[in-house]
Design a protein around this ligand. Structure first.
Ligand SMILES: C[S@@+](CC[C@H](N)C(=O)[O-])C[C@H]1O[C@@H](n2cnc3c(N)ncnc32)[C@H](O)[C@@H]1O
Length: 212
C-alpha cells in the first residue's frame, strides 16, 4: 500500500522524480545557500514544492522551474500570485536564465545533471554566483575529483569552487532512488581576472589535448 505522500504524486511518478522527505536535509540545503530577502533563487525541478516553500520563507524571489504540467498546476495552486514565487513551466535545460546575479538551489533530476551544470558553469558571462544542489553521489564525485577526467570539469573547477558537503542516504527521498545522493556546494571564484582566466583556460585545454 503506497504511503499518502507517495499517492499524492503517483500520477507523475516517473523515473527521476524523488521527492525530498527528510526535513533536516532540506534545512541544511537552504542554510548552505542562505539567500537573503529579495535575492533571486532559481530552483530547477520544483516538483511538489517542498523545497520551494522553504526557499520562499527566506524572502528570496524564487523562480520555480518545472517541466511536468501536473506538478506545475499543483505549484501554481500552492504558490498563487502575488507572492515571492514565480512558477515557470519549462525544461531546465532551455529556460531563460536571469541576467542579474542569481543563485540556484535544487534537487535536480539525475538524468539532466551534466546538461544542467554545463549550462550553468560553462559560459564565462553568467549571473550565477552560487549553487547548492542535490545530485547523484557518483556524479558529485566526478565533478569534485582532484584530477578531473575531462577538460569540461576542469574548466568548471577553474571558475567555481565545487565541493561535496555531505552524503545523503537514498532513504531521504520518496520514492527511494537506487543510489545515494550528495549535497554539492558551488561558489564562483572571484580571484581570477579575465586575462588570467583566458590564459589558464588555454593551458588547461592544451594539457587535456596532450593526455588523449
Ligand atoms: C528529484 S525531483 C525533485 C522534486 C522536488 N524539488 C524535491 O526536492 O522534492 C526532480 C523534479 O524535476 C522535474 N524535472 C525532470 N526533468 C526536468 C526538466 N528537464 N526540466 C525541469 N524539471 C524537470 C521532475 O518533474 C521532478 O519534479
Amino acid at each position: 500500500m503506497p504511503s499518502r505522500t507517495h499517492r499524492k504524486f503517483s500520477s507523475d511518478n516517473r523515473p527521476g522524480i524523488h521527492i525530498l522527505r527528510d526535513r533536516a536535509v532540506l534545512r541544511r540545503l537552504v542554510q548552505s545557500a542562505s539567500p537573503g530577502a529579495g535575492d533571486i533563487v532559481v530552483e530547477f525541478g520544483a516538483g511538489t514544492g517542498v523545497l520551494t516553500a522553504a526557499l520562499a520563507q527566506t524572502g528570496a524571489r524564487v523562480i520555480a522551474v518545472e517541466r511536468s504540467p501536473a506538478f506545475v498546476a499543483r505549484l501554481r495552486r500552492r504558490f498563487p500570485p502575488p507572492g515571492n514565487v514565480r512558477v515557470v513551466q519549462a525544461d531546465a535545460r532551455e529556460v531563460i536564465l536571469p541576467r542579474q546575479p542569481y543563485v540556484v538551489v535544487a534537487n535536480i533530476p539525475y538524468s539532466i545533471s551534466t546538461a544542467l551544470l554545463r549550462r550553468l558553469l560553462t559560459p564565462t558571462a553568467s549571473g550565477l554566483t552560487a549553487a547548492d544542489l542535490i545530485v547523484e553521489w557518483g556524479f558529485a564525485k566526478r565533478v569534485t575529483a582532484a584530477e578531473p577526467r575531462d577538460f569540461e570539469v576542469a574548466w568548471w573547477q577553474l571558475r567555481y569552487q565545487i565541493e561535496i558537503v555531505r552524503r545523503i542516504p537514498r532513504r531521504s527521498f520518496t520514492p527511494e532512488p537506487s543510489v545515494d545522493s550528495a549535497q554539492l556546494r558551488i561558489r564562483r571564484r572571484r580571484d581570477l581576472r579575465a586575462a588570467e582566466l583566458d590564459r589558464r583556460r588555454r593551458e588547461l585545454r592544451a594539457a587535456y589535448r596532450r593526455r588523449r
